[in-house]
Design a protein around this ligand. Structure first.
Ligand code: FAQ
Length: 308
């Protein structure tokens, strides 16, 4: 099929709000854009297991430990759906991991911060999963079918994660003065990096133009960030937490919160490899990946033997 035909059948589907499926013809730039975004999303889910995994052995009760284990397993599962989704676009899992290890592919800024106390586990579930849900609900309507469908399932699991995080924060705010301070300290450290998860302002977002033309993005970075702020401020107030932003103010005219400016210098530093935990996260991933080589080899040998 020639390029004009490819573009027109692809465009027809987009115009009718139909999903693009793996076997459909699609422009190469669309394919590359999706591989970049979906693989980075997959890496984020998997690297995101590290800050929480650090607390499994220190969970304060058996119930808390079971919940945390289930949540972390879910995140690993999300990574697997997303790697499989990206594979339908013609990239292999090995290539994606290679891009992660060589720094060619990014993962979310948020997972380069340390989880210092148990309250951080609450803050991650409530704020980080909360931000992820706002973004991913919108991606349920993204134009690439396998990605949109993966998002439906992932969002269901993320809402359980968000609830467990909020439950931890609620219980700590009902606790001793020290526990309340711990919860506020976690809120102070995770709030701004959570806002950065939505990416740069729309005016500084190089990929947004094509993402809207191709219906990959349905809402802009700033729209989603605003949605997250508006819903989270009320949740914080309900349990007595203060949002660490002196410029935060309800705007009657706009019917949303005005907020302070994000530290974009910090965002750039962290996504470019110089956040508090970037090196630790990558060293750990490479080590575990290398140690798991025999599992991949055994699985491949088993599949080959069964295929005969
Ligand atoms: N961190 O032009 P844009 C989770 C990069 S899942 C790092 O606006 P785009 C679950 C961007 O890649 C969290 N880099 O880009 C969980 C690009 O660089 P590039 C992950 C970022 O793609 C919870 C450059 O800046 N979710 O948390 C970030 O149109 C708890 C220019 O940016 C997703 O990935 C960032 N925050 O919009 C797991 C959702 N933001 O690629 C465990 C899917 C931007 O040219 C525990 N992704 N950059 O080198 C998206 O919706 C989009 O990719 C955006 C960025 C909105 C993140």
């Amino acid at each position: 099929m020639n390029t004009t035909e490819t573009k027109s059948s692809f465009q027809d589907k987009l115009d009718q709000d139909l999903c693009i499926e793996p076997k459909d013809t699609m422009p190469d730039e669309y394919r590359k854009h999706l591989i970049r975004q979906i693989s980075q999303h997959a890496h984020s889910e998997v690297i995101g297991m590290q800050p929480e995994g650090n607390w499994i052995t220190r969970a304060p009760s058996l119930r808390a430990k079971q919940i945390l284990l289930a949540k972390i397993q879910d995140e690993g599962g999300h990574g697997l759906y997303l790697y499989s989704t990206a594979e339908t676009l013609g990239i292999s899992r090995e290539e994606m991991i290679e891009q992660l290890h060589t720094g060619k592919a990014k993962y979310s800024n948020i997972f380069n911060y340390p989880a210092l106390t148990w309250a951080d586990i609450g803050a991650i579930g409530w704020l980080v999963d909360g931000a992820a849900i706002v973004n991913q609900v919108s991606l349920q309507k993204t134009s690439y079918g396998p990605y949109a469908r993966a998002m439906v399932r992932i969002c269901k699991e993320e809402s359980f994660h968000q609830r467990q995080g909020y439950e931890i924060m609620t219980n700590m705010m009902k606790g001793t003065k020290e526990q309340q301070e711990m919860a506020q300290d976690a809120m102070n450290r995770w709030w701004w990096p959570s806002l950065m998860m939505f990416g740069p302002h729309d005016s500084d977002s190089p990929h947004s133009g094509n993402a809207f033309v191709w219906k990959i993005k349905r809402k802009s970075n700033d729209e989603l960030r605003q949605r997250f702020i508006d819903k989270t401020v009320q949740q914080a107030e309900t349990i007595g937490l203060t949002i660490p932003d002196s410029d935060l103010k309800w705007n009657e005219t706009k019917n949303c919160y005005d907020h302070g400016e994000i530290n974009w210098e910090e965002f750039r530093r962290v996504v470019n490899g110089n956040g508090p935990c970037n090196k630790q996260r990558m060293t750990h991933h490479i080590k575990v990946h290398n140690e798991g080589a025999w599992v991949r080899e055994a699985a491949a040998a088993y599949a080959k033997a069964n295929a005969k």
